[in-house]
Structure formats: structure tokens, C-alpha cells
Ligand binder design. Sequence first.
Ligand code: NAD
Ligand code: TYD
Length: 339
Amino acid sequence: MRLLVTGGLGFIGSNFILSMLKTYQDLSVTNLDLITYAGNLENLLDVQDYGNRYTFIKGDITDKSLVNEVVSTKPDVLVNFAAESHVDRSILDASAFLKTNIIGVQTLMDCCREYGVKRFVQISTDEVYGSLGADDPAFVETNMLKPNSPYSASKASADLLARAYHKTYNMDVVITRCSNNYGPLQFPEKLIPLMITNAIQDQELPVYGDGLNVRDWIHVLDHCRAIDTVMRDGKSGGIYNIGGSCEYTNIDIVRLILTKLNKPFSLIKYVQDRPGHDRRYAMNAAKIHDELGWAPSIDFEEGIDATIKWYIENESWWRKIKSGEYLDYYEKWYGNLKK
Ligand code: NAD
Ligand code: TYD
């Protein structure tokens, strides 16, 4: 199988590429990534072991002539991870989100159609469904899309475009919607790596609002396995929820991390809430389980222990990231929240 992966230098894409190359000997990957602030060549240093089974191309998924050139090599499948992915940055400025997350998806799908790529896999998110109340049933695939942030609105738009290309052009499209991922190589602007690295540095741990928002956590490798399953066996036009059935409040996650690192709870700093902050996400993943036989396999406590260990052992990776542009973003965003 010849895979074209877009956005493969980010958190989930790099874990996906590594696990696919390791699992399948008869598979090769081309990775097209713009190397934005979130993309990191260091994430895939280990793929050198795979020789010519891995090719990297630097570029933008909204660049039609480049995408045409890359897709003209007729990969079997395109898996699109490329996106602006952080809600807080989308609140500061939505422009890049609309460009990459919507126009980028249109560009990729147009080129796939032109060159007859057999399948297009759009990596989406639970955030397209909006927010749940404490007693609401978990999201199912037939729920209405009710995005609340510029990020989730851009992802929902891409899902609708993908659906339209399937209906209009009979294009073979599958969409995965996953809950919050954690694991190695996650950029330290997201909750779990931010809290682990701030705690290691004895810096404040900024908790939004009352800290009682709930997320449904899944280890990134369980997500990667689910994507592989959907890519191979999902029904054309199908949408598949992926989740860990593992709901935690943010404050419980933060306390768990501090406890495991043997750091004091006094590092916790409640800050002003994120505007439009979704209260709760929870995924019903019965469809992918019943139709395709996938279920998560990594226990949360074990996954968190391994993730904390990874950040302790890879301090130079995240210390390099936590400089320059990152510090400007941090000051701008968290500075605003303290006002
Ligand atoms: P990330 O921000 O870590 O990585 C995004 C990658 O896309 C980076 O390598 C970046 O350089 C690349 N990229 C951005 N704009 C690009 C462009 N215009 N052209 C080419 N490459 C570009 O994101 P992630 O957390 O790995 O998420 C990957 C995908 O999974 C996203 O589509 C996201 O919406 C989705 N998702 C993420 C989560 C999560 O918890 N992180 C959960 C569900 C779904
Ligand atoms: P995040 O990792 O940004 O993922 P998402 O908002 O896409 O689910 O945030 C996860 C939760 O943690 C969310 O409820 C917001 C909260 N949060 C904080 O309380 N403090 C922080 O500094 C960050 C980044 C997130």
C-alpha cells in the first residue's frame, strides 16, 4: 500500500506514520507537511531506519499546483491530518484555521478526484458536535453538528465538504471523529503536555474556569489503530466516532499529573475561562466497535504513566519548543486570561 499522509509532522500524524511503517512491511508513506509551529522534523527522526519506504515533502495543502504534483503519483490512500488544531489559537485568530482546515481539504479532495486516489480519509474531531450537559448521552455519528469554536467550526465545515464530495462525485471518503488524544510527541500547548511540562518546570498550571469541564481521553496509539481500521475496512461515505470511554474533569487530570510528579497542588492557578468553552465531550464508539471490531486497549493510568515518563526522558524535545514563538503565544493568550 502507498500512503500519502498530510500533516504527518504533528502529534497524531507522526505517531501514525511511525506505527504504520513498523506494523506493515509492504507499506510506504509520503508525508506532505508545511512545518508550521506545530510540525517538527524531529518527530520522525526514527523513520530513517525505513529507508525509501518514507519520503518527506515540505509544502502547503492549500497549494494546488504542489498538491497536484504530489497526488499525480497516485497513492492508494490519502490520510489528512494537516490542520490548525488548537482551540485557543483559533480564538486569537481564525484566519489560518479557515484556510488550512477548509480550503486545504477542498484542494486535497479535488486533486484526489482528478487522479483517482482510491480513498480519502479525513481526520476529524468530536468537537464538531458541540458540547454535552452532565447527563446527556455521549455523541453518536447522527448527532447534529453544533461547533462552538472557530477551530471546531472549520473542522465541521471540512466534514460537510467531505460528505458533499462523496454524494456529488461518488468519491470514496471516510471521516473519523476522535476524542481528546494524549501520548508522546504532543505539542505542549494542549492540556496534558502543558501541565506535565509546566509541573516539571515548577511553573503555574493554568486551569480554565472551575476546572470541571470534561474530556474523553484516548491514547494516541489507540486512535492510530482506529484510523488504520477505518482506512482499510470502513464503508465509503462512512463516519466513525472514536473514543476512549474515559471521561475526566480537567482538574482531576491536573491533580493526577501533579501527584505522579510529586509536585504540590499549590502550582494550580485558576484563570479566566476560555470563551465559548465546551463543557463536556463524550464519544459513543459503538459503531466502529460493532461494524469494524475496534476497541481502545490502553488503560488510562498506564498510558498517563508512560506519557509522563516520555516527557521526562525527552526534555530537550519540549524545551526547544517552549521558546521563541511559543513564549509570545503563551504571553498573549494567558496574559489575556489573567486580566
Ligand atoms: P498538530 O497541530 O500537532 O499537527 C498538525 C500538523 O499539520 C503539523 O505538522 C503542521 O505542520 C501541519 N500543517 C498545518 N497546516 C498545514 C498546511 N497548510 N499544509 C500542510 N501541513 C500543515 O495536530 P494533531 O493534534 O496531530 O491533530 C491532527 C489532526 O487530528 C487534526 O486534523 C485535528 O483536527 C485532529 N484531531 C486531533 C485531536 C487531538 O486530541 N489532538 C483529536 C481529534 C482529532
Ligand atoms: P485542549 O488540550 O486545548 O483540548 P480541547 O479544548 O480541544 O478539548 O484542552 C482540554 C481541556 O483543558 C479543555 O477543557 C480546556 C482545558 N485547558 C485548561 O484548563 N488550561 C489550559 O491551559 C489548556 C491548554 C486547556
